[in-house]
Design a protein around this ligand. Structure first.
Ligand code: SF4
Ligand code: SF4
Length: 426
């Protein structure tokens, strides 16, 4: 309760900053779909001003309204008063879950699975083995599957299946010194890359080694914790932060890199704010030396354009993940990586930084709204005539893959680092 009371006091101080100007309306992807004031940052902040009363009067209503948000940060990036709506919403969700409790399904997923990295690994490995019984491939170019029989959870989704072998079983833990670049990085893998997109992590390792960067890759890495915190489960989030700090905080490296925009943003922005008191200083120090992999390669490791003359020509468009562009202001560097990959021609799509509509559990809870937002993104991608859409976040890759696959498009969904790694040896 002490933690909840502290969050409550912090929230009260932050809420007074909103001057109710409404400028967040024009940039909110959820408002764009629903047109409801209650769904935009201003409406949610007004609700939170009377949080104590509303929590007792209509706790379910408060919970629903707070959760109807992608935590995309578009409102924060465009707020003239500097209101950090995402931070406020995360704290408010923690307050609500701390007083009302989590649903049984969330308790099972977050506390019994995600909070225990090795158990989570084993369960997803079992899932990967048996998934073909319930699912079938649907679009080979996009790389999606769908349910064999209608299921209320999967619905009509075209999803990325679990990898047959996760990254942590493909590449052993290692600790190698800096090479010609003079840098040594720690590589934080992230759950989605480990379990669904191991090729991104392999590409990252290959490119880092090619650049002469030393790599510290510890085993038994955990989730960055954002799925737990987004659901208000502060205890699981703090447990995962502590688990990861044990693996990274005292190790010898210059910079921690990740290939997942959401992990980078969480470690950089959220760990220092929401880690347990005794871990806050260590989280702050690690955050200060955390970077997106594209940013590291371009700004620090001197990534050069490849000259392979036999590379296949590819027309590539790029989607800006919200956590990378709006949160960390990283948008030139992933484009530089694509331009440096042999044979790639970058074609900009309209509104490349408009949210894809994923938002983690938002997609599970409000799939129809998520789909409405994602279809707009897919239409912009298809209009470019590109063969490949690249983006720096595996969660965006899942949502974009779903939307393109449902539209019947034959467009591959890749990470910029994969495009660069593909032509390394040519
Ligand atoms: S959150 Fe910012 S943009 Fe939105 S109403 Fe408040 S001050 Fe205005
Ligand atoms: S974080 Fe995104 S979805 Fe949530 S209120 Fe702000 S702009 Fe809207």
């Amino acid at each position: 309760m002490e933690k909840i009371a502290r969050l409550m006091r912090e929230l009260e101080d932050q809420l007074v900053v909103c001057m109710r100007c409404g400028m967040c309306q024009s940039v909110c992807p959820v408002f764009d779909q629903t047109g409801r004031e209650a769904d935009v940052a201003r409406g949610k902040l007004a609700l939170l001003s009377g949080l104590m009363e509303s929590m007792f009067d209509d706790p379910e209503g408060v919970y629903q309204r707070l959760n109807k948000c992608l935590l995309c940060g578009s409102c924060t990036a465009n707020c003239p008063s500097g209101v950090s709506a995402q931070e406020i919403f995360l704290k408010a969700r923690a307050i609500l879950a701390g007083t009302m409790g989590l649903s049984p399904a969330k308790r099972l997923i977050l506390k019994a699975m995600l909070a225990h990295p090795q158990r989570f690994d084993r369960l997803t490995e079992w899932g990967a083995r048996f998934q073909k019984i319930f699912t079938r491939p649907v679009n080979d170019i996009v790389g999606t599957s769908c349910a064999r029989v209608m299921s209320p959870l999967i619905r009509d989704r075209h999803f990325k299946p679990l990898a047959a072998v996760p990254f942590h079983r493909q590449v052993a833990a290692s600790d190698r010194p800096a090479g010609k670049s003079g840098f040594k990085v720690a590589f934080f893998v992230g759950c989605l890359i480990d379990k669904m997109f191991p090729g991104i992590a392999r590409s990252a390792i290959n490119v880092l080694e090619h650049q002469g960067v030393g790599i510290y890759l510890p085993d038994n890495q955990g989730c960055c914790g954002i799925p737990a915190l987004s659901s208000g489960d502060l205890a699981t989030f703090q447990k995962l932060v502590a688990h990861n700090l044990e693996r990274f905080a005292a190790a010898d490296f210059d910079i921690l890199v990740t290939a997942c925009a959401t992990c980078t943003s969480t470690i950089h922005e959220v760990w220092p704010l929401m880690a347990a008191e005794q871990n806050r200083r260590a989280a702050e120090r690690l955050a200060q030396r955390t970077m997106d992999i594209n940013q590291f390669l371009v700004k620090k490791a001197g990534l050069r354009p490849q000259k392979a003359s036999n590379a296949k020509g590819r027309r590539v468009t790029y989607h800006d993940p919200c956590h990378l562009k709006k949160g960390l202001k990283v948008f030139d560097e992933p484009r530089a990586v694509i331009n440096a990959a042999a044979g790639c021609q970058l074609i900009e799509m309209a509104e490349s930084d408009w949210c894809c509509g994923m938002g983690g559990s938002f997609n599970l809870q409000y799939y129809d709204i998520s789909k409405g937002i994602g279809r707009k993104k897919a239409a912009h991608i298809i209009e470019t005539g590109a063969d490949v859409v690249a983006t720096g976040c595996p969660a965006c890759m899942i949502q974009i893959g779903d939307m393109l696959s449902q539209a019947g498009a034959q467009i591959a969904v890749r990470h910029p680092i994969e495009l660069y790694a593909e032509t390394l040896d040519e």
